[in-house]
Write a protein that binds this ligand. Sequence first.
Ligand code: DHB
Ligand code: FE
Length: 281
Amino acid sequence: MTTEIQATAAASGANATERFRENKKTAASSSQERVNLLASRVIKAINDTVLEEKVTYDEYNAFKAWLIQVGEDGEWPLFLDVWVEHSVEQVANENRAGTKGSIEGPYYVPNSPRLESPATLPMRENEQGTPLLLQGSITNLAGEPLPGATVEIWHADDEGFYSQFAPGLPEWNLRATVAADAEGRYMINTMQPAPYQIPTDGSCGRLIAAAGWHAWRPAHLHLKISAPGYQLITSQLYFKGDEHVGDDIASAVKPELILDPTPRTDNRGREVSYDFVLDPE
Ligand code: DHB
Ligand code: FE
């Protein structure tokens, strides 16, 4: 089991770096003015910390060695998405009135298989865990249904592993793009994801251990909801009662995004409704 988890952690970091390069390669570069401003501020924040906390050469060298190791482990995507992305998301979505956003994280893969609602996510025949039915409507701010909407969903399995980032999982396990029906409603059958521990055997894990933090994210579903003429929202949904919903290492939980599923009447797992609201373009 330990070997399996370690293999997974190493593979996850390397895959996340590769994926990032593939997905974000069209990103526009910033102006000289902006680079000057932002780089100067980050460098100043580090220098202020050194001066105020009287950082020693030992500490400086430990920091330097750790930064080198983060690169060698391929863990920059993990580091940034856990400790920085939540603020970027807050700024990006602060003017929206619809469904709250949350971080994308390092494990999104575009172009997942397209399914019509009601849908069952691709999963193994013996997929472990509690079945979960997630359903609801997708509307605009006026409450009008958006029949052309889609719900992209991806999440970890019952052991906390993501397909295409952990070894041994089918390519699109627990990933799909679900098209809403003619009434703008969606219905998705999946398996309850497990709480997720960011890889502990790499440099991010070493930082967490050295600082006495924990590595947990609460169990979560990742989503991208979109419809023609509306702004795509990237978000996550969490589960009431989860031990880590109040202290997510990635600081990505919002109270509006916490589900409270109930047992299904047919006794097949749990079900919950969640209505998405999209802002116009
Ligand atoms: C990380 C992993 C996640 O599943 C997530 O949602 C956010 C961040 C990470 O390992 O960095
Ligand atoms: Fe995640």
